[in-house]
Design a protein. Structure first.
Length: 367
């Protein structure tokens, strides 16, 4: 018994989205994908592969084939109507607990494709049964049949259904003999059948053992828990990553604030250094100017006041020859625009002249 067969009823919401039978394939794929993530030993315990002992009826014999998963091996050959031979084969493989199936030749199965309105998908099995006599030479009570949906269109379009069937007399002979021997038949398929195909009506299949039903339900619960873990785990991991990134962002913001403070202090220090350098250069220029004035001004001249503002220099003082100072200053490097700012005033008592001279002073390269 599979995971899906352990589920009780098909929900209405699922019927609106998936046609009958389509969810079985999807759920099995989902289940197999999740189970594939488990270690092999745990996977075998939770979802043991069900072995099958196939009877392949021929004209006078029936070949036996044991399959389990992808593996298969011949299990002998039994004469026609020899149920004891089949029973002996089951005894030989009792440890595998195989289900008993009949596998028909593909020529013994009739296949038809038909289209049905999507509105009938919730009752598709009954509708297909009603349409068998239209689609085939048989009535529904004369055949064993199964079907699958090949394609489901949008609302208002059609369901494309593949129908496969065989006359009941192809199966009833062996089915009757096996049941009389207490060997109930679990299913009927054929060469080239799809994975879940089973022509045997559900009412004639043996009921699953209680232990297997509970195992299936536990497996369903485990798969749901595993699926929840698969969905939740990435979210939890992302949340942990987000927390770590937020902490790192807080650290970076703190460091950025500290760096900003340091940069502000560095800018202030740089500005102070530039100011000091500017002042140093200014005073260096004044020192050079004073040196030149000291060397060039004659001894009969006294400078009483010197004003310096952005390269503009004003000199006030007394000299016995104030007019000679103009030419003297013009000869000095870095000085131009020499002129009297006010008329020269004679100081008769001292025999001197009071002067007020201005000029522009430019520091020369290399000074």
């Amino acid at each position: 018994m599979s995971l899906v067969s352990g589920l009780s009823q098909r929900p209405d919401w699922l019927s609106r989205w998936l046609p009958a039978g389509a969810e079985l394939h999807l759920l099995r794929l989902w289940r197999d994908g999740l189970l594939g993530c488990l270690p092999p030993e745990l996977r075998r315990r939770l979802a043991p592969e069900q072995a099958r002992l196939y009877l392949l009826p021929q004209a006078n014999t029936a070949s036996l084939l044991l399959t389990k998963g992808e593996q298969s091996e011949p299990a002998g050959e039994c004469p026609h109507e020899d149920v004891d031979c089949v029973q002996a084969a089951l005894a030989r493989y009792a440890s595998a607990k195989p289900q008993l199936w009949i596998k028909l030749n593909k020529d013994a199965v009739l296949t038809r494709t038909a289209a049905f309105p999507t509105q009938v998908k919730q009752n598709l099995k009954q509708v297909v049964g009603y349409e068998i006599d239209r689609l085939t030479p048989f009535r529904a009570d004369q055949v064993f049949y199964d079907f699958r949906i090949q394609r489901s269109g949008s609302p208002g379009s059609h369901l494309v259904v593949e129908l496969s069937l065989c006359p009941q007399d192809r199966v009833q002979f062996w089915d009757g003999l096996l049941r009389e021997a207490g060997l109930p038949l679990s299913g009927v398929d054929w060469e080239g059948a799809w994975e879940e195909a089973n022509l045997l009506p559900a009412a004639q299949r043996p009921k699953p053992a209680l232990a297997r039903m509970w195992a299936t339900r536990l497996l369903a619960l485990f798969v749901m828990i595993l699926a929840a873990a698969v969905l939740i785990s990435p979210l939890a991991q992302k949340r942990e990553v987000a927390i770590v990134l937020e902490r790192q962002a807080d650290d970076l913001r703190f460091q950025a604030g500290h760096v900003t403070g340091l940069r502000s202090k560095l800018d202030q220090a740089r500005q102070s250094a530039e100011l000091v350098l500017t002042e140093k250069q200014r005073y260096a220029s004044l020192v050079e100017l004073l040196r030149q004035l000291t060397e060039r001004i004659p001894e009969n001249t006294w400078i009483q006041n010197l004003d310096y503002d952005k390269g503009e220099v004003q000199l006030r003082g007394e000299s016995t020859q104030a007019t000679a100072l103009i030419g003297l200053l013009e000869e000095m490097p870095g000085i131009d625009g020499v002129r009297f700012r006010s008329p020269v005033v004679q100081i008769a008592a001292k025999g001197k002249e009071r002067f007020h001279i201005s000029f522009r002073y430019t520091e020369l390269p290399g000074q």
